[in-house]
Design a protein around this ligand. Structure first.
Ligand code: 5GP
Length: 204
């Protein structure tokens, strides 16, 4: 059987550009790692496709998945559930392939508990001022919602300490490059590869 794959978790504060970085990363990779499509109860946005961007489900369907223990992690974010279905992640890792999650911070901390040998990458804004303008430029939200998002973001930045790597999202291409390098480096870590060599020696 092949070695188990790496679980890579990209997280970070609201509005930092996780989705954009993740999409750019996957646009420039050739099946090196698999994206785990999340499940959500939020409404589909224009242009989104069920089973591609998310699995769009009702609250009842989502809660049934939780009850049956079928979510690796889940969280509520701005009134909706978001979560990672467990089966796909488990099966893909067991096939020896790396799995990539792009999730908010509460979910990332649940994964840290369950999969301590995962690679946890925190995407940070160049500064809070820019974070605010990014949140505002997203469009349609009221000043109250924007302020709430900012307060949440400040707390989230304090959470950086729980991660293995911090990547500044100054430019998407830079961030993508750093994430690739992190993953390559992680594959070379002795504690990840030594098992294979010990097994080889024992079998000789
Ligand atoms: P959006 O509604 O803009 O697509 O996503 C809102 C937030 O939910 C983003 O911060 C995104 O990273 C996060 N998110 C997406 N999928 C998941 C997931 O499976 N679990 C968790 N915990 N957060 C997720």
């Amino acid at each position: 059987m092949s070695e188990r794959g790496l679980l890579i978790v990209l997280s970070g504060p609201s509005g930092v550009g996780k989705g954009t970085v993740r999409k750019a990363l996957f646009a420039s990779t050739h099946n090196e790692f698999k994206y785990s499509i999340s499940m959500t109860t939020r409404k589909m946005r224009a242009g989104e496709v069920d089973g591609v961007d998310y699995y769009f489900r009702t609250k009842e369907e989502f809660e049934e998945m939780i009850e049956k223990g079928q979510m690796l992690e889940y969280a509520q974010y701005v009134g909706n559930y978001y979560g990672t279905p467990l089966t796909y992640v488990e099966e893909t890792l067991n096939q020896g392939q790396d799995v990539f999650l792009e999730i908010e911070v509460k979910g990332a901390m649940q994964v840290r508990e369950k999969v301590p040998d995962g690679v946890f990458i925190f995407l940070t804004p160049p500064d809070l001022g820019e974070l605010k303008s990014r949140i505002i430029h997203r469009g349609t939200d009221s000043p109250e919602v924007i302020e709430k998002r900012m307060a949440v973001a400040r707390e989230e930045i304090e959470m950086m300490a729980s991660y293995d790597y911090a990547v500044v999202n100054d430019h998407v291409d830079n961030a993508v490059q750093k994430i690739r390098e992190i993953i390559r480096g992680e594959h070379c870590r002795v504690d990840r590869v030594i098992g294979k060599y010990i097994k080889m020696i024992k079998e000789m």
